[in-house]
Design a protein around this ligand. Structure first.
Ligand code: MN
Length: 212
């Protein structure tokens, strides 16, 4: 999502991570000012990590992140996920985030990139839902092809989902996030309205903002 940025000359250039998968993540942030973690690539655990962060930036959105090759592939979903299979939610792909970002909950100072409060809205693991193997190659190919079918094992979101790339607008890749029909699908449900607290700390956005 577009966020207010200070003039480029005023921010120190982050050399760490330059030329790596997280170079863009590092370049966009001033780690002397933001409480967000520095970038480093690593494996999260035996299963692939999944997180959704609710982010009250210049515009409220939900950041969906899926672990791929030691980083969190990330999509900003303005209206958040829907468990109704007839609803397609716009998901704009943003820069890869470090695995360490999955435990970040707090407030990015105003004026910094993405300034605003971040809540861990859902957390868990995800799995490739296709038949092709090896899995790591199949996931990479799916991201290139623009159709990723996956299963979420979150506290709040479960079951089969699909991300489908629709178009490229400038440098931004637009995808649609769609719930597939299974026992976790709920017609007409408003899951983001139903869960208003953190999946890990139970805090509301207001409390997270107050406890900076
Ligand atoms: Mn965000």
């Amino acid at each position: 999502m577009k966020a207010t940025r200070r003039p480029k000359a005023a921010r120190p250039v982050a050399r760490k991570g330059k030329g790596t998968a997280l170079a863009e993540y590092e370049r966009k942030r001033d780690f002397t000012r933001t409480p967000e973690p520095r970038g480093s690539t690593r494996k999260s655990g035996p299963a692939l990590a999944y997180v959704i962060q609710k982010h009250e930036a210049s515009r409220l959105h939900f950041d969906l992140r899926l672990e791929v090759d030691g980083v969190m592939k990330s999509w900003a979903v303005p209206r958040g996920p829907s468990t109704d299979p007839t609803v397609k939610r716009l998901a704009v792909q943003v820069e890869d985030h470090p695995i360490g970002y999955n435990t970040f909950e707090g407030t990015i100072p105003e004026g910094e990139y993405g300034g605003g409060t971040v809540m861990i809205w859902d957390v868990g693991t995800w799995a490739w839902a296709g038949d092709a193997t090896p899995v790591a190659d199949a996931i990479r190919a799916a991201l290139v092809d623009g159709v990723l079918e996956f299963v979420l094992h979150g506290k709040r979101l479960k079951g089969r989902w699909t991300l489908v790339r629709t178009r490229k607008v400038g440098r931004a890749q637009q995808w649609l996030l769609i719930k597939q029909r299974d026992r976790y699908a709920r017609a007409g449900s408003d899951i983001t309205g139903r869960y208003l607290t953190s999946a890990v700390s139970r805090r509301t956005m207001l409390r997270i903002a107050e406890e900076r």
